[in-house]
Design a protein around this ligand. Structure first.
Ligand code: NDP
Length: 401
């Protein structure tokens, strides 16, 4: 049985469902459920027009565990792919356990009232998934996801040990707006405004958000300022590849983005605690999301490329060597293929690939797994076949920063 139920009809859900329909040999049936059914129906229409495949659509509030369990029992998928928001992760995991179905996602759980990213909540489901004989695959997007697989592929094929790992995430795209985010604005701004954190010299080091920057010349994009940030795969990679002595995550932002974000932060618009407004409680960041452009609306105007990859330095046969593995994705090509820009595309394609490997039994096991715990090879092959080709280059020396 290879029926899949995708929950979440945003940009990432749209790409994943299009790509699943393009691979009907693996995904015999696809169902899509989300809070707003009209969004599922619009995606189903596009999928039908582009691929001829019919997908089922449903309305669901995934925070309602009983309703989600009933939906899973009615749809009877082999796997639930959670592409809603991180707030829904635990509720959907609970529903999967109740219905006896495997689970997968692309982003770790976050409590809605606290911008805190850590795997502890989802790792706590380990024994329950194991006892049920079910699998939960965490983080099958790009970062986390592809970047974690790049690290294990380097470890398997290029280096005996990794000493330092830097993940470099560059979006060189221009959407023509003064200020907009490429994925859910609330999740994106919570992530960017959180303190930076990286692992070095045996401990986690925290620094103020966006306080450390470096210029880096990205192939197909050019030189960009990138900022040290915390990102959830640092925690799981540190756990599963404890040999890594220093691990950091960098993301590029243009000056205009930083200026807008600084002003919004200074005036309190990025707060996630409720404030009273005309007798109602509102959360400033949620209000801000309502006035910013919907990321899915940026697809038709976004031009340029993303370039995301890993630079790892370590030893091979006693000699120090440095490898850079990266993917370049073009916003306009992504839009032409699925109707979504490259940030959704680079997340939705690996979501499809992770789901395919679970459905085909190439990645198997009972319990909660991060993506780097599996053999990277079949995933790397599928990236090349399904729209995210990657390149591996040896660099002459480690990063000099
Ligand atoms: P969007 O905001 O575009 O889409 C989220 C979808 O989830 C919307 O359709 C929304 O419904 C739906 N949703 C929200 N709450 C519920 C609920 N309670 N029940 C059912 N559906 C709900 O986000 P994206 O598509 O950009 O991102 C999707 C996920 O992918 C997020 O978790 C994000 O963090 C993750 N991500 C991961 C990346 C990676 O590389 N690993 C990169 C980018 C994103 P409605 O339409 O009604 O609002």
């Amino acid at each position: 049985m290879s029926k899949v139920l995708v929950i979440g009809a945003g940009g990432v859900g749209s790409v994943a469902v299009h790509k699943m329909a393009m691979n009907a040999g693996i995904f015999s049936e696809v169902a899509l459920a989300s809070r707003t059914k009209a969004k599922c129906d619009a995606i189903a229409e596009s999928v039908k027009a582009r691929t001829g495949v019919t997908i089922e659509t449903y309305q669901i509030d995934a925070d309602d565990v009983a309703a989600t369990t009933a939906l899973i029992e009615a749809v009877q998928p082999a796997l639930v792919v959670n592409l809603a928001l991180p707030y829904q992760d635990l509720h959907i995991m609970d529903a999967c356990l109740a219905a006896g179905v495997n689970y997968m996602d692309t982003a770790n759980y976050e409590p809605i009232d606290e911008a805190k990213f850590e795997y502890s909540w989802q790792w706590a489901y380990q024994e329950r998934f194991k006892a049920a004989g079910l699998m939960a695959l965490l983080g099958s997007g790009f970062d986390p996801g592809v970047t974690s697989v790049f690290a294990t592929w380097i470890r398997k094929h290029k280096l005996d040990t990794i000493r330092t790992l830097d993940i470099l995430d560059c979006n060189g795209g221009d959407h023509g707006q003064h200020f907009a985010t490429n994925f859910n604005p609330e999740i994106n701004i919570r992530e960017v405004t959180a303190p930076a954190r990286h692992f070095e010299n045996g401990k986690w080091i925290e620094s103020p958000a966006l306080s450390k920057k470096q210029s880096f010349a990205f192939e197909a994009v050019g030189p960009k300022n990138m900022y040290l940030m915390y990102h959830e795969e640092l925690e799981s990679l540190h756990q599963h590849l404890p040999e890594i002595e220093r691990i950091r995550f960098w993301m590029t932002f243009g000056d205009a983005y930083i200026t807008h974000l600084t002003v919004l932060q200074n005036v309190g618009m990025t707060r996630i605690d409720p404030v009273m407004y005309e007798g109602h409680e509102i959360v400033p960041l949620q209000f801000l999301k309502a006035v910013l452009p919907e990321p899915s609306s940026l697809g038709s105007t976004t031009k340029g490329k993303t370039n995301i990859g890993d630079i790892a330095t370590g030893f091979k046969d006693g000699e120090e060597r440095t490898f850079y593995v990266y993917n370049i994705c073009d916003h306009e090509d992504a839009y032409a293929e699925t109707g979504n820009q490259a940030v959704s595309y680079t997340t939705g394609v690996p979501a499809m690939i992770g789901a395919a490997l679970v459905l085909q039994g190439k990645w198997a096991g009972a319990g909660v797994f991060n993506i780097e715990q599996f053999d990277p090879d079949p995933f790397m092959d599928m990236l090349n076949q399904h729209g995210l080709p990657w390149t591996c280059k040896e660099l002459g020396q480690p990063l000099d920063f």
